[in-house]
Design a protein around this ligand. Structure first.
Ligand SMILES: [Zn+2]
Length: 388
């Protein structure tokens, strides 16, 4: 009973302690291993009729030995149910070392790795607390001995998720984001301003297409021929303008866009202060197009700027995310929902965008969506905005 008592003292629920007792001795061995932490606790985000939890588990090896992760499990801390499990290829695809970005499962002493977690639940079966279990071995030579450790017992963030208007009007617009992309916004950690954060945890890059899936009307390298270029960018809520940058120029040719220093990567941007310490951030805006200045109140649906090609960008698009700071790189990305949109389909292979239509059969729910996050590479229509 000794280990059980220790676990209860450490704050785990009685139900979880009972699970620990059943899992065998290895889970309770007291030996130096990982510091397990969830820097930003997840909230249940409405997606395709279900609820998705998207967050990161940080694992820092505080032992003197290299440790090899074998399996990482997410548990309902109240029932002990395993909600999702990462092992083998799935673990390798989701575990990333901070220092090198490599996906090896061996974590050196002092090294930190991040597990990018997404899992979904039906609406009626939402956990309130999560716990995590790391199963590992010593990574050195010799017969591997298995160990296990529980950590990062967290309460789900049940605060309401902001329901926003669309940042653009009409369409079709392709919601570019995918949790599997190693270089995608979901996994871009910026340790600027004294803290490691993921501003784009829930970012969406919006690219306009026509009904055949083309994204340009002529010369594919001409910025002005891109279908979305110059489109109205609109306020997602009644808000106050918190930040504006409008001093960056842009290239005429997509291929001529230089790499920018990290502080210029967002290009021209607007951030709007929303209730609850959240900010809506619009990036890569067209030079000279921004119609607002800091302190201005804006009404939901008002035009605030035009879609452009400033900063680091592989083509004209609108980058949009919500975070807890007004500066593009200094906030933690927070979830948001869009009040109303029509889902037209999805690109299963985003490489086909620009040359082929999307696949309407890849939708998992009806076409009229309310208060939902547009899914990965989903193609949507927003309501058209009456011109001023
Ligand atoms: Zn972006």
């Amino acid at each position: 009973m000794k280990a059980c008592q220790k676990i209860v003292r450490a704050g785990a629920s009685v139900a979880l302690a009972a699970v620990l007792m059943m899992e065998g001795a290895t889970a309770q061995d007291l030996r130096p291993s990982f510091d397990m932490a969830v820097p930003v606790v997840p909230a249940p985000v409405a997606l395709e009729g279900r609820r998705q939890y998207a967050y990161e588990l940080h694992l820092t090896n505080f032992s003197a030995d290299p440790l090899r992760i074998r399996e990482l499990s997410v548990l309902d801390a109240e029932t002990g149910e395993t909600l999702t499990r990462f092992a083998g290829e799935r673990l390798a695809a989701r575990l990333s070392h901070v220092a090198t970005g490599r996906d090896a499962e061996a974590i050196a002493p002092g090294e930190r790795a991040i597990l990018y977690i997404e899992f979904e639940r039906d609406r009626g079966a939402l956990p309130r607390r999560l716990s995590h279990r790391a199963d590992y071995t010593l990574a050195g030579p010799g017969a591997p001995k298995a160990f296990g450790v529980f950590g990062a017992d967290i309460a789900i963030d049940m605060r309401p998720i902001p329901i926003l208007g669309p940042p653009l009007s009409g369409g079709p617009w392709v919601a570019i984001h995918h949790p599997d992309w190693v270089r995608g916004h979901r996994r871009m950690v910026y340790a600027v301003g004294g803290k490691a954060r993921i501003p784009g945890r829930f970012a969406i890059d919006w690219i306009k297409a026509d009904m055949t899936g083309r994204t340009t009307s002529g010369d594919a390298d001409a910025v002005s021929a891109t279908l979305g270029y110059g489109a109205d960018v609109i306020a997602v809520a009644d808000a106050v303008v918190a930040g504006v940058r409008d001093d960056m120029s842009e290239s005429d040719r997509i291929s001529a866009n230089p790499r920018h220093p990290i502080g210029d990567a967002a290009g021209n941007f607007v951030s709007l202060a929303l209730p609850g310490g959240r900010y809506a951030i619009y990036e890569h805006l067209k030079p000279g197009s921004i119609r607002v200045k800091p302190g201005d109140p804006v009404r939901k649906g008002a035009i605030i700027a035009s879609l452009g090609f400033t900063g680091d960008s592989t083509g004209p698009h609108l980058h949009f995310h919500v975070a807890d700071a007004a500066e593009p790189l200094q906030g933690e990305g927070m979830p948001f929902l869009i009040d109303r949109f029509m889902a037209l389909g999805r690109y299963g292979d985003i490489g086909r965008l620009g040359s082929s239509p999307w696949d309407a059969a890849l939708l998992e729910d009806g076409d009229a969506r309310t208060a939902e996050r547009p899914g990965s590479n989903m193609v949507v229509m927003f309501r058209s905005r009456a011109r001023d």
